[in-house]
Every structure is written in structure tokens, then in C-alpha cells.
Design a protein around this ligand. Structure first.
Ligand code: PEP
Length: 248
């Protein structure tokens, strides 16, 4: 049995003080949850998030990192910088980073490898645009994105990964994939993992769905065999809504 893992992607929202406030509101609401709860906050809020989550069952993630150790990369954040703060997870390859910040499948792979070198768990995002879905290449594309993202990893590393299937047309649009559409792609991603890394890796890897997950649809989505939780944007900014999703 895989654990259900729910991660909130706060994107470019919440100042440090607002971060402390939101986490303090969330803590009692998810305290009894059997599911894993992660909040991926802006870099500037990581210190507050680490402090506010101490002694709770909420873990902290970043939303990006660079694939080099240090050097002349103005504005970038190195894995060590995250680790020293106590960060455990890092979102890699979110579609917004692919779309606005030139992230590619290759840079995603470099970042995933680097995350493992530092003991960070990557939450790797894959997903198709509406045009690609209409072309009928969703499964093929997500399978290819998965293969490239995981290239050069060992099966044991792959077991520890989290992949978030996020159809781009469903992110922040209020349009959720149907549970069957989400399950179909999550299953295909698991089959891809099995093909390359074997059955154990496929059975253990966590595959989330993301794209307008809310308090009303999370339970039905997470009940699907191949959907092990969600990556949640908008709804993770409201403690009441996010806690319902985490407790789904
Ligand atoms: C996301 O940012 O990863 C996401 C899924 O956003 P939303 O839940 O707002 O669609």
C-alpha cells in the first residue's frame, strides 16, 4: 500500500509572516491525518515554514532549485542551501517553470539527479497542453517526460520519487481532469516506470494528480488505484480547503 501524499504548491504567494500564519492555521486541521502533508513555499518563506512546522506532521518543500553546487548563477538557489535549512522536498519541472523560465526535460533530469545527490525528494511535474491532448499524444508525451526526468537514476532512487501528473489545461483554470482521465495517465506513467526500472519501483513510486484539485473532488481522485495524492495550487492557500484535501 502506498501512502497518500498531498503537497501544496503556494507558487508566488505569501510573505514570511503570512506563511507562519497559514501554517499555524493548518497544523491542528491536519494533525490527525494519516496522509503525508507537504507545503512548498517560496524561497523567502522557507525559514518561517521550517520553524512553524517544527513538531508537526507537515513537511516543507521548495518550488525549484538549480542543478549546480555553487557559482556564478545569479538568482539561483543551490541544493545545499535548501538542505541546510531543513527542506526535504523540491518541486522540479512545474509547467509554469517550463513555460516561463525555459525549463526543459533535460534540465529537469539534471535537477532530479542533483536533488538525489543531496537527499532531497523531487516532486517531478509532467503533463500535456490542451493542444497535445487534442492531438491524442498525452500518454506518449507524459511517458517520454517521465523517462527523461528519471534518466540515469537507480531503481532505488526512482522508488523514492514523487511524480505529479499535471495536465497544463487543468492548472489554475478550475477545469479538473475527470477521475478516469487522471487515472489513465497516472497508470501509464506507472507502466513506464515499470518498463524502465522494474515492478518494485513502479509499485513504490508515488504518482500524484494536480490540476484544480479542491475540497470537493480530491476524495474521488485519490481513491483511484494509481493516484497517490495530489499537488495542489490554489486550494493550498486556504487552510480549511487544503486540510480537507489532505484528510481525503
Ligand atoms: C499547481 O500549481 O501545481 C496546480 C495544480 O495548481 P491548481 O491546483 O491551482 O490548479
Amino acid at each position: 500500500m502506498r501512502q497518500t501524499v498531498v503537497a501544496g504548491n503556494w507558487k508566488m504567494n505569501k510573505t514570511p509572516a503570512q506563511t507562519t500564519e497559514l501554517i499555524n492555521e493548518l497544523k491542528p486541521l491536519v494533525a490527525e491525518s494519516k496522509n503525508k502533508c507537504i507545503v512548498c513555499v517560496p524561497f523567502t518563506s522557507l525559514a518561517n515554514a521550517i520553524e512553524a512546522t517544527k513538531g508537526s506532521n507537515i513537511e516543507v518543500g521548495a518550488q525549484n532549485m538549480y542543478f549546480e553546487e555553487s557559482g556564478a548563477y545569479t538568482g539561483e538557489i543551490a541544493p545545499d542551501m535548501l538542505c541546510e535549512m531543513g527542506v526535504k522536498y523540491v518541486i522540479i519541472g512545474h509547467s509554469e517553470r517550463r513555460q516561463y523560465f525555459a525549463e526543459t526535460d533535460e534540465t529537469v533530469n539534471k535537477k532530479v539527479i542533483k536533488a538525489f545527490e543531496h537527499g532531497l525528494t523531487p516532486i517531478i511535474c509532467v503533463g500535456e497542453s490542451l493542444e497535445q491532448r487534442e492531438q491524442g499524444i498525452t500518454v506518449e508525451l507524459c511517458s517520454m517526460q517521465t523517462k527523461i526526468a528519471l534518466k540515469s537514476l537507480s531503481a532505488d532512487q526512482v522508488k523514492k520519487c514523487i511524480i505529479a501528473y499535471e495536465p497544463i489545461w487543468a492548472i489554475g483554470t478550475g477545469k479538473t481532469a475527470t477521475t478516469d482521465q487522471a487515472e489513465e495517465v497516472c497508470k501509464a506513467i506507472r507502466e513506464t516506470v515499470e518498463e524502465v526500472f522494474g515492478k518494485d519501483a513502479a509499485n513504490e513510486i508515488i504518482i500524484q494528480y494536480g490540476g484544480s484539485v479542491n475540497a470537493g473532488n480530491s476524495k474521488e481522485l485519490f481513491e483511484k488505484e494509481n493516484i497517490d495524492g495530489g499537488l495542489v495550487g490554489g486550494a493550498s492557500l486556504k487552510a480549511a480547503d487544503f486540510s480537507v484535501i489532505v484528510n481525503s
